[in-house]
Design a protein around this ligand. Structure first.
Ligand SMILES: [Mg+2]
Length: 355
């Protein structure tokens, strides 16, 4: 929002009079901090060509960027505008939680078709502003342009005490394996959306079931706690499904993992939805976008792991072993190699995203 880089873009002005400058001004206003104090690292915010940030000698910056694209991550006909805005920022902030960083700043690059620059944009921004308040993120810049599809690229910047960010490569054989929250809840919501798209009527409780998909809760404070107290030896967020994300963690750490099926905190599929034929175990293993934390802990630190953290349950689901890959242990104690069944945008498959 700070600067207008796209001087040659088609979005310079419209016949209806929405100029790019006016749009940028509106976005900045809608996402303004609303009385919250800016992080101390902010030297210069929106209004100049670029922002100036100063982290201080005792901190590291943690930086990540994330796409939210129409027809890939959301659909305009099935996702409310508020949810699209909320979710876009929450998805990006999840990677800060995964490192144990305190969220501080974000940059929003946004493309919009002309017909979405009015009420739809206001609603989308109100959802994003709610996420910014909850996640303590302060807008410091971005860019905007007109384009036939809604697309967002959000860059988030977090702060962590020097050397304390938790990486994926620290898991060691013997470490305990934990997950926060409930697995498969977002995938269940998505399945409902797809069912609705096929014109299967939905009941009243559906709004509640859609919530984890529309408004994912990001366990930022849990991530900070696990990093600050040096509890987690390795950590990441669950964005693409447990089977895929755990495979990434063990690969980065050069270890294997054993997962106990009976311990997985699976989402409960209401009896009324039996017609959708959803398997809770499959949702838990392969359903993406839960945005819980997956982390490992050395046995000597296991007593420091809370059972729940401000209402988020934490469950021990397995252990790190020597070797490679992920093995799922069934109720009878038999171990089966687990393949990656989660979301991969480059793999041709029946994924979990809307299409
Ligand atoms: Mg991640």
């Amino acid at each position: 929002m700070v600067h207008v880089k796209s001087k040659k873009s088609a979005a310079k002005s419209s016949p209806k009079g929405t100029t790019e400058d006016a749009l940028i001004e509106r976005i900045g206003r809608r996402l303004a901090a609303g009385g919250r104090r800016a992080p101390a690292a902010l030297r210069l915010g929106i209004g100049d060509d670029a922002a100036i940030l100063r982290p201080g000698a005792r901190n590291d910056w943690v930086v990540s960027t994330d796409f939210s694209l129409e027809n890939v991550h959301f659909r305009l006909d099935s996702h409310p505008a508020q949810a699209i805005g909320y979710r876009a920022l929450a998805r990006a902030a999840s990677d800060l939680a995964a490192m144990g960083a305190e969220p501080e700043f974000f940059l929003l690059s946004l493309s919009l078709p002309q017909r979405h620059t009015g009420r739809w944009l206001d609603q989308m921004l109100s959802g994003m502003a709610a996420a910014a308040r909850q996640l303590r993120l302060h807008l410091v810049g971005g860019d905007t342009t007109r384009w036939p599809m809604v697309a967002m690229a959000i860059t988030v910047i977090g702060r962590v005490p020097r050397g304390r960010a938790v990486r994926r490569d620290g898991a060691r054989p013997g470490d305990h394996l934990y997950v926060s929250g409930r697995l498969g809840a977002a995938a269940l919501g998505l399945a409902l959306i797809s069912a609705r798209a096929r014109r299967a009527p939905l009941g009243r409780r559906d709004a509640q079931l859609l919530r984890p998909h529309f408004y994912p809760a990001i366990p930022v404070d849990l991530g900070i706690h696990l990093a600050k107290r040096r509890i987690a030896s390795a950590m990441m967020d669950l964005s693409d499904g447990l089977s895929t994300d755990l495979t990434r963690l063990v690969r980065a750490s050069g270890v294997g993992a054993r997962l106990f099926a009976s311990r997985l905190p699976m989402v409960r599929v209401p009896a009324a939805l039996a017609r959708l034929g959803l398997d809770p175990l499959k949702l838990a293993l392969d359903g993406g976008e839960d945005y819980g934390l997956l982390f490992t802990v050395h046995p000597s630190r296991a007593a420091a792991v809370p059972r729940s953290f401000f209402g988020t349950t934490i469950t021990r689901i397995g252990e790190i072993i020597k070797g490679r890959g992920v093995h799922l242990v069934d109720a009878a104690g038999r171990a089966h190699p687990l393949s990656e069944g989660g979301w991969d945008p480059f793999r041709k498959q029946r994924g979990t995203r809307p299409r």
